[in-house]
Design a protein around this ligand. Structure first.
Ligand code: ATP
Length: 245
């Protein structure tokens, strides 16, 4: 699988309001690109536009893959809400998208992926009998089962406790290596830990963030990681926390 770079250019509008003014963003191939910004600025909207999902906003511009091939068939998305079907087992939740497309499910492959995320013994459990972290592991397995070159992550770890989040970050970094990943987060620590590249979205446009020279996932206790987090937090504190549209 070759994962493409993505090119996002234009202006993002919601009705008569400009959410994000002129931007021209290249999200590099096979890297983690992290998007931060105030609530309501349009982060989820941009992700949905990349995935060609319906959106209330309008992009005056283009989203393209740099290899020229269509994007939609090469994308999978993982959200903060695990979006598991409550009546289906973990293994059936992993294969659900394939089954909805009318494809024959491959439970052995789904179980192997559940084993990869440490849930080999819980494949038959329903979501109500799993912890929040375990449910997010199932959601990650589902994204991996889709085996898409482009993976969109919309605050997937934000509802988890600190230790589980840390474990999930490591797991996702390892299992999604080689794909073009776009992660939305509000957490400067998560951004600095996971980003190959990071940008802050504001109404005025999109600007890059400074990152340590080391490769992600970065050790949280490293001096450079802590300094970059502090600098990013400082920058974000200067931006209004929410955007009114
Ligand atoms: N279904 C909708 N109908 C109308 N407007 C919407 C809808 N969904 C979102 N919006 C508006 O679009 C704008 C961008 O929303 P979006 O969810 O992309 O923001 P966000 O940056 O992801 O915010 P958050 O960090 O709070 O999740 C917001 O101002 C919001 O009010």
């Amino acid at each position: 699988m070759t994962a493409p770079a993505l090119h996002l250019a234009g202006r993002l509008h919601s009705g008569e309001t400009t959410l994000i003014d002129a931007f021209d963003l290249k999200l590099p191939a096979e890297q983690w690109s992290v998007l931060l910004g105030p609530s309501g600025v349009g982060k989820t909207t941009l992700l949905r536009l990349i995935a060609a999902l319906p959106s209330a906003a309008r992009l005056e511009g283009d989203i393209t893959a740099c290899d020229g091939a269509p994007i939609a068939s090469r994308v999978t998305m993982m959200a903060q809400d695990d979006q598991l079907l409550p009546w289906a087992s973990a293994v059936d939740n992993v294969t659900i998208c394939a089954r909805l497309r009318g494809e024959r499910p491959r439970p052995d492959r789904a179980k192997a992926l559940l084993a990869e995320v440490g849930l080999a013994d819980l494949a038959a459990r329903k979501p109500s009998h799993l912890s929040a972290g375990q449910r997010q592991r199932v959601a990650l397995s589902r994204a991996l089962y889709e085996d898409r070159a482009i993976v969109l992550l919309d605050e997937p770890f934000s509802a988890l406790d600190a230790m589980t989040r840390h474990t999930m970050q490591d797991l996702a970094a390892r299992l999604l290596a080689g794909r073009t990943v776009v992660l939305i987060t509000h957490d400067p620590a998560e951004a600095i830990r996971l980003a190959d590249f990071a940008w802050i979205l504001t109404r005025a446009g999109i600007t890059p963030c400074d990152l340590p020279c080391s490769s992600p996932p970065r050790a949280p206790e490293a001096t450079a990681t802590i300094a970059a987090q502090a600098a990013l937090l400082q920058r974000m504190r200067l931006i209004p926390a929410t955007v009114a549209s």
